[in-house]
Write a protein that binds this ligand. Structure first.
Ligand SMILES: Cc1cc2nc3c(=O)[nH]c(=O)nc-3n(C[C@H](O)[C@H](O)[C@H](O)COP(=O)(O)O)c2cc1C
Length: 183
């Protein structure tokens, strides 16, 4: 009988870190490799609805993105080396709306995050930002919907809380959905 392969190290190691080494820059080709990983994600009808805007520490846009973040996020994200805005276009096949755009942006972002972990980086997605402010700050046109900002940086010493997850059986069910009394 074949044994069950262990979970991938990158999946086990990945955490939403809040401390980065701000003194260590991230080379642009390295960041681009994370975007390449994102861009290889599967998508409905291969529409690739994700759109990424990226900026590295030192760019004027980096500070502008920080200013659009909720203050609680801006405090720690300021130590990141790069900030990646993840957005999507809703335009689908034959001009119809693509209902899976957010799903596919999520898949691409997951690949970006795991590729970051594989190269020794930390990557922390955030939804806590002011969309209007971000739109203005980066000239994001109508038709591109920003969904997340992912902070990427070199992990610094940090004591992380234990991972919290609801039991797997509650979110992954074999067969039909159980009756209410068994959920
Ligand atoms: C779409 C999305 C939005 C998130 N928004 C924020 C945020 O605004 N601020 C924050 O500190 N963490 C944010 N997180 C991180 C989650 O809080 C984190 O993934 C969750 O607590 C599980 O912890 P872990 O990533 O370390 O496993 C977000 C994650 C996702 C996927």
């Amino acid at each position: 009988m074949s044994s069950v392969p262990p979970l991938l190290d990158v999946i086990l190691q990945r955490r939403s870190r809040e401390r980065f080494d701000a003194s260590r820059p991230l080379a642009v080709p390295h960041l681009v490799s994370l975007l390449e990983a994102a861009h290889l994600a599967p998508s409905s009808y291969n529409l690739q609805p994700w759109r990424f805007l990226w900026t590295v520490r030192g760019d004027p846009e980096f500070d502008r993105v920080l200013l659009a973040l909720d203050p609680g996020n801006a405090t720690w994200a300021a130590s990141a080396s790069a900030l990646v805005v993840g957005g999507f276009t809703r335009v689908g096949r034959e001009g119809r709306p693509n209902p899976w755009a957010e799903h596919d942006l999520g898949m691409a972002t997951a690949q970006l995050v795991l590729q970051a972990v594989a190269s020794g980086l930390g990557a922390h997605p955030m939804a806590g930002f002011d969309t209007g402010r971000l739109r203005t700050a980066l000239s994001i046109p109508t038709g591109i919907e920003p969904m997340t900002v992912t902070a990427i940086g070199w992990p610094a010493e940090e004591s992380l809380p234990a991972r919290e997850r609801v039991p797997l059986e509650r979110v992954a069910v074999r067969g039909s959905w159980p009756p209410p009394e068994e959920r």
